[in-house]
Design a protein around this ligand. Structure first.
Ligand SMILES: *[C@@H]1O[C@H](CO)[C@@H](O)[C@H](O)[C@H]1NC(C)=O
Ligand SMILES: *[C@@H]1O[C@H](CO)[C@@H](O)[C@H](O)[C@H]1NC(C)=O
Ligand SMILES: *[C@@H]1O[C@H](CO)[C@@H](O)[C@H](O)[C@H]1NC(C)=O
Ligand SMILES: *[C@@H]1O[C@H](CO)[C@@H](O)[C@H](O)[C@H]1NC(C)=O
Length: 605
């Protein structure tokens, strides 16, 4: 052993030309061969020690460094472990890990960065999310664009090119080739420093006439593909007993304690934070969407034309000119006509523009929304909203893609006069103030969280993806009037004087793509129904039984001509939605009143 340094020196001191002869000698002699091995071993240990120390230093300084040696050690067993597991086992791991997901805290700076992590759970997340057609790149929260290019990371096209239609090529990730393996290393290193973790505890306050049905569809698809649980309305209702203030027992599975953990709550409700918090975990992400109250009022006037406030008015102007005389806030459903946003968020909506305490109440409402919600989106900037949501939830671009749902045909849209717009702003002064405030915080978030340039880039990526999807999924490439929808299950609920458009599926789709496309265009009521059936199969079966009985009764009543005077529209609603007997179909009638039999016409629907 003492001769080792001497030997080492001897090798170093050999002139370059004599190296081949040295090697030859070393290889031929058993004795020398052993020495070389020993030296190599010492060198290896030295490098390892150095690398390990360096890695520790990196962690302390927080600088992103690429250290393949260290990570390889951690990753290999994880990969092998996962490839050998059945998908069921992965799923089980996932659910157990999911319960440990507590670190999804809303960072005060507005950036959602996961601080510390356990490499195994990260791998699960990664594999899991890749299964869901996501792109690793998209889950990263990059401080700026340069960060990504600085590393020369493979762009999203690497994964993209392996896709066939909507389907990610899972094989790429299941059996890593040397190059994909390297990429994975770079990704995992990158992820260690900069990713956040996709959020799956979400409350979406669904507001009226704000494109919120489209967001509902996004959440439904996200949750369904991951087997997440939804906080669905009790007894198969379609809404969480709106317009009553939300109460935790409105959610199916709460009173019966049959659901261990709820992930997503997104049906119509009148918001009440304290009650929602009883159902949803602490780390839940709360968001909602607002729309310019002027455009919103025009839409509401058409859609809710039958409410007492609008019933007699021939035009929106006529209503607005006479509000002081004709509007009665205590009549059922009139809340739709006045500061509906404030109402949905749980505030008192009855306040006049010249009300003394308007400013005070507006700032109180704004402060409460700021306190209870992590993000407020803006309907007018829907695509930008989806990108911002993607960042906030740490989702992939594919996960915020959508087709417009519950959207009106252009034919029933009416352009507004500037004077009408002013009247609306004044009549809905509370909503106007809330909207103006959150329009500005929205753009502030865009600037600080994403950046203008990046936003533009991602919005165009989103639109491109949407166009590709429309091309693949839709027969006519776009929305059609309800009369042209072939599949009754895909026909959207029609209400009021608006014509709500829907879609026809491209008939030439393989099974997998068809399922994906179908989910994208399934209207709200049908999808809610479907999720309820999946989540509560036994209860759903009971409801089906009851529905059949009611239908039989109805037939009897029909024959005896008791409800023969029902309007044609109601009859068509009945045919179309007889299976939704217990949902709150007639959206402007309260389901509780319906249950109490206060409105017999609705309860028969
Ligand atoms: C969801 O559940 C179904 C049925 O139990 C199962 O086949 C599927 O693999 C699960 N999906 C995920 C992503 O866990
Ligand atoms: C408003 O409606 C309530 C309930 O129907 C009624 O009692 C009240 O008199 C109405 N008020 C006005 C000003 O018409
Ligand atoms: C909302 O904010 C954007 C960006 O600042 C602005 O261009 C737009 O006019 C605002 N909307 C309204 C209704 O003021
Ligand atoms: C009620 O009767 C009319 C005509 O008698 C029929 O067209 C309609 O389908 C019936 N409705 C139901 C729900 O059975």
């Amino acid at each position: 052993m003492l001769s080792l340094p001497r030997r080492w020196r001897w090798i170093r001191e050999q002139p370059l030309s004599s190296v081949p002869s040295c090697v030859r000698r070393g290889l031929c002699s058993r004795h020398h061969y052993l020495w070389i091995l020993l030296i190599l071993l010492v060198v290896c240990i030295a490098i390892q020690t150095f690398v390990a120390r360096q890695a520790r230093n990196d962690k302390l300084t927080g600088l992103p460094h690429l250290r393949f040696t260290v990570n390889k050690k951690h990753l290999l067993p994880v990969w092998e472990d996962f490839h050998s597991k059945s998908s069921l086992a992965v799923k089980q791991d996932m659910s157990s890990l999911q319960t440990e997901r507590t670190a999804d805290l809303h960072h005060p700076s507005g950036r959602y960065v996961k601080q510390s992590d356990n490499i195994l759970s990260r791998k699960v997340d990664e594999i899991f999310s890749l299964d869901m057609d996501s792109q690793i790149e998209e889950r990263k929260h990059l401080p700026n664009d340069g960060y990504e290019t600085g590393f020369g990371l493979p762009g999203s096209l690497v994964h993209h090119s392996t896709r066939k239609g909507l389907t990610a090529d899972k094989r790429l990730f299941r059996t890593p080739t040397p190059s994909s393996f390297l990429k994975t290393h770079i990704h995992s290193l990158h992820i260690e420093k900069t990713t956040c973790r996709p959020k799956s505890h979400i409350v979406f306050l669904k507001t009226h006439k704000t494109a919120s049905s489209t967001i509902l569809n996004i959440l439904y698809r996200y949750g369904e593909s991951r087997n997440l649980t939804f906080a669905l309305p009790l007894n198969k209702h379609s809404q969480l007993f709106y317009p009553f203030f939300f109460a935790s027992h409105f959610v199916e599975g709460v009173s019966s304690r049959s659901v261990r953990e709820f992930h997503i709550m997104c049906n119509h409700m009148r918001f009440k934070k304290s009650e929602v918090a009883k159902v949803m975990p602490k780390n839940t992400f709360y968001f909602s969407i607002l729309r310019n109250p002027v455009a919103m009022m025009e839409s509401i006037f058409i859609y809710y034309k039958s409410i007492p406030a609008f019933h007699k008015a021939h035009s929106l102007d006529e209503f607005l000119d006479n509000t002081w005389r004709t509007y009665n806030s205590s009549l059922t459903n009139n809340h739709y006509a006045h500061n509906i946003l404030a109402f949905d968020f749980g505030f008192d909506n009855n306040i006049a523009a010249d009300g003394e305490d308007l400013e005070e109440r507006a700032s109180m409402a704004i402060a409460a929304i700021e306190r209870d919600f992590h993000l407020i989106l803006i309907s007018e900037y829907f695509d930008e909203s989806m990108i911002l949501l993607k960042y906030a939830l740490c989702w992939a671009l594919e996960e915020v893609v959508s087709f417009k749902l519950n959207s009106r045909s252009e034919r029933t849209r009416h352009p507004l006069l500037p004077t009408t717009a002013e009247k609306i702003k004044s009549w809905n002064a509370l909503d106007w103030r809330i909207y103006m405030h959150f329009n500005s915080t929205f753009w502030h978030k865009v600037n600080t969280l994403v950046g203008q340039e990046q936003m533009k880039k991602e919005v165009s990526q989103l639109r491109e993806l949407q166009a590709r999807l429309a091309n693949t999924c839709l027969k006519d490439g776009g929305a059609v009037d309800p009369s042209q929808i072939k599949d009754a299950g895909l026909k959207p609920f029609q209400y009021g004087a608006a014509v709500i458009q829907g879609y026809n599926l491209n008939p030439h789709l393989d099974k997998h793509t068809k399922t994906k496309c179908q989910r994208l265009i399934t209207p709200e009521l049908q999808y809610t129904d479907h999720l309820y059936t999946q989540q509560f199969p036994e209860l759903a079966a009971k409801h089906r039984q009851a529905t059949r009985m009611v239908a039989a009764q109805h037939q009897l009543l029909n024959r005896t001509d008791l409800i023969g005077m029902g309007s044609a529209r109601e009859a068509s609603h009945h045919r179309q939605f007889s299976r939704h007997k217990f949902s709150n179909l007639n959206q402007n009638k309260s389901p509780l009143l319906t249950l109490k039999g206060a409105n017999k016409k609705t309860s028969l629907l």
